[in-house]
Ligand binder design. Structure first.
Ligand code: ATP
Ligand code: MG
Length: 176
């Protein structure tokens, strides 16, 4: 049996979710099964939500969040975000424990923990009880040190330049 890896993509630069989606493309080439559960995201649309229709059944995507927490047009109360995040965590446990997937991606989970929508201990329990061979990918900036300690790969995306700073809006197919 080969040990699955805990992989973290963090940092303030662009590319964390994109890197996780890169792993999806690589894995499904071997007909491996990948499930991505998106925290925070839910009410916005991303290309990968449509790709999931094309890449099924190998790739499964669950948009379990609800827009961006506390940002510009977020009208959802924090308590509601917490409920949604708790529900998302329950989905994660089921998906991970089903042992149906070679790789499970918890997209934006680090933000959800940093914003205290989810308890760090809950994520640690999930990590420690995952099937031995399963890979687990965690994305989002502000990863906690305890998660770094448990991880096998931690990559920090560092912003050198981003067009957002120059007033260029998010681009279809690049940002969403
Ligand atoms: P992506 O989904 O493009 O790989 P990401 O996962 O690294 O980005 P998130 O923190 O999840 O980044 O942010 C989500 C959105 O914010 C995406 O539309 C992304 O393009 C954009 N974004 C990411 N990094 C930056 C940055 N440094 N400045 C401005 N916008 C950013
Ligand atoms: Mg992301």
């Amino acid at each position: 049996m080969e040990k699955g890896l805990i992989i973290v993509y963090t940092g303030n630069g662009k590319g964390k979710t994109t890197a996780a989606l890169g792993l999806v493309l690589r894995a499904i080439g071997y007909k491996q099964k990948v499930c991505m559960i998106q925290f925070i995201k839910g009410s916005w649309h991303y290309g990968e939500m449509y790709s999931a229709n094309i890449l099924k059944p190998e790739f499964e995507l669950v948009a379990a969040g609800k827009g961006f927490v506390g940002i510009i047009d977020d009208s959802t109360p924090l308590i509601e975000h917490k409920k949604i995040a708790q529900h998302a965590i329950e989905i994660c446990k089921k998906k991970i424990q089903s042992n149906k997937y070679n790789t499970v991606i918890l997209d934006e989970i680090n933000y959800a923990i940093n914003m205290k929508l989810i308890k760090l201990d809950d994520l640690i329990k999930i990590i420690n009880s995952k099937p031995y061979e399963q890979n687990l990918v965690l994305t989002g900036n502000y990863v906690k040190n305890k998660i770094i300690d448990l991880a096998d790969i931690v990559t920090e995306m560092k912003e050198i330049k981003h067009p957002f700073k120059f007033g260029i809006k998010a681009k279809k197919g690049i940002d969403f």
